[in-house]
Design a protein around this ligand. Structure first.
Ligand code: NAD
Length: 484
């Protein structure tokens, strides 16, 4: 099946409110991973384009910061309303360029949109403090101010939500931005920039530079002394490099990095709920989520039954293009992802894991991997250490609570953990003992615009969403006024 790009999707850079070609009119193709077809040829920005975008963000910063919070909030609210009207257009575009099933793409429009609504409401709640100092000799004012021009680098797996989760709080706080979306899924960000333009956002407040040369294009922006903040969502190795670059200018950084989520099922768990949660936590986005459950740690007394029930569900999953009705498993993002998933499965099998269903790529056009369940995954298997980022549910067992905690925490990551138990006291102990930024206690999906999303350890620094999200874009100023 060949796919056509919906009409009206921009293909140029968005700089200072204008749609422009890249320097030298360079372009690159964007592919549909379900078919391998080219969806569009779009502008391939270079370093000079990125600096031009930063120029625009810097020029717009003062007036955007001086724009009334209510006015900033209302633009975000209009953007939210427009997104509801254009929901199908965005959902279809994400399915085409990223591969996720249409039903999930619609879910991402809802999730991504909520950041616009949430931060439209937060824009008017930026507050400070006023008080007498302890000595009684002075008045102290603590005020909050926009950080200044920001640079955002986003990944391909949630093309809309990873952009709105950064752009909405930045705009609410009064910051201007340059966004560099992933080269595999740049179209959604371009379509979103068009939406912001239609919502009445002034020129230069949001600029988008698409490129195939991420490192080369990002470096001069990060090194520019006019930049104040870098926010990145992506893999931990790239995040580390960017933190090092940001150190040079002592930039504020937010890093939403990789995960290796444990999904712990105790012997007292409601197994029906645990199986539902497991399917959601593993197979959403074809397993390509930072929050994807990566290691299923199941008490040895219920492991066989848990494996039987998940296998029944996984074996019945429909694989196909995300645009096809009833498909649950779309393509992986590219051929490299299929190869890596296959290698991780082979490594686990080589160490004694049993393949209960799936286990290999699917013979058809596009980049598909069969939804897979592995049981008896041995300690030392690569997929217990690395993010799988594919539709592979890997089960290992534990004997008691201490061992479950030790295994769950045995990773340099700490983004999210899932725990299934009916014992409330045990649930509370797990909240205390697991090294994690987020936790689903009898829940397989935790993301919500009203919640602080983020990790500990090498899963990152900073939080997106919730009351915390806007703080990432505000700096605190203290002023003393003598009392006499
Ligand atoms: P990636 O790190 O390869 O790329 C992310 C972005 O960084 C892309 O825009 C890419 O073009 C850019 N990039 C790559 N190298 C760069 C460099 N040297 N300089 C500047 N930019 C560079 O990650 P990915 O494959 O796009 O995304 C998957 C990863 O993202 C996974 O590890 C996943 O866990 C993580 N992720 C984390 C969160 C979170 O909130 N914690 C959310 C989604 C994805």
């Amino acid at each position: 099946m060949s796919t056509a790009l919906p009409v009206g999707v921009p293909t140029q850079l968005f700089v200072d409110g204008a749609w422009t070609d890249a320097a030298g009119s360079k372009t690159f193709p964007v592919f549909d991973p379900a078919t391998g077809d080219v969806l569009a040829e779009i502008a391939d920005g270079g370093p000079a384009d990125a600096v031009r975008a930063l120029d625009a963000a810097v020029a717009a910063q003062e007036s955007w910061a001086a724009t009334a919070p209510r006015a900033r909030g209302e633009i975000l609210r209009r953007a939210f309303d427009l997104l509801q009207e254009r929901a199908e257009e965005f959902a279809l575009l994400m399915t085409l360029e990223m591969g996720k099933p249409l039903a999930e793409a619609r879910g991402e429009v809802v999730y991504g949109g909520e950041f616009l609504r949430w931060f439209s409401e937060e824009a008017v709640r930026i507050s400070g403090r006023y008080g007498l100092n302890p000595e009684g000799t002075g008045r102290m004012i603590v005020s909050q101010h926009p950080v200044g021009p920001c640079f955002f680098i986003t990944p391909w797996n949630f093309p809309l939500a990873m952009a709105t989760r950064k752009i909405a709080p930045a705009l609410a706080a009064g910051c201007t931005v340059v966004v560099k979306p992933a080269e595999l899924t740049p179209l959604t960000t371009l379509l979103f920039a068009r939406l912001l333009e239609d919502a009445g956002l002034p020129p230069g407040v949001v600029n988008v530079v698409t490129t195939t040369r991420s490192a080369e294009v990002s470096a001069p922006v990060i090194a520019d002394p006019r930049l104040r903040k870098l926010s990145f969502t992506g893999s931990t190795p790239v995040g580390k490099k960017l933190i090092a670059q940001a150190a040079e200018g002592v930039l504020r950084v937010s890093m939403e990095l990789g995960g290796n989520a444990p999904f712990v099922v105790f012997d007292d768990a409601d197994l029906d709920k645990a199986v539902d949660g497991a399917i959601a936590a593993k197979f959403r986005n074809i397993g390509q989520a930072c929050t994807a459950a990566n290691r299923f740690l199941v008490h040895e007394s219920v492991a066989a039954e848990f494996a039987r029930r998940v296998t029944e569900r996984v074996a019945a999953m429909r694989v196909g293009a995300g645009t096809e009705e009833g498909v649950q498993i779309g393509p992986l993002i590219d051929a490299k992802a299929v190869e890596k998933t296959g290698e991780l499965v082979q490594d686990a099998v080589g160490r004694g894991a049993q393949v209960l269903t799936g286990g290999a790529s699917v013979e058809r056009a596009g980049t598909f991997f069969a939804p897979t369940v592995l049981a008896d995954v041995a300690a030392g298997s690569a997929l217990l250490r690395e993010e799988i980022f594919g539709p592979v549910l890997a089960i290992a067992t534990f004997r008691d609570e201490d061992e479950a905690v030790r295994l769950a925490n045995d990773t340099e990551y700490g983004l999210v953990s899932y725990v299934y138990t009916r014992d409330l006291a045990r649930g509370h102990r797990m909240i205390d003992r697991l090294e994690t930024g987020m936790m689903g206690l009898n829940a397989g999906v935790v993301s919500n615009a009203a919640a602080p999303f983020g990790g500990v350890k090498q899963s990152g620094v900073g939080r997106e969403g919730g009351l915390e999200g806007i703080q990432e874009y505000l700096s605190t100023k203290y002023t003393l006024i003598p009392a006499d």
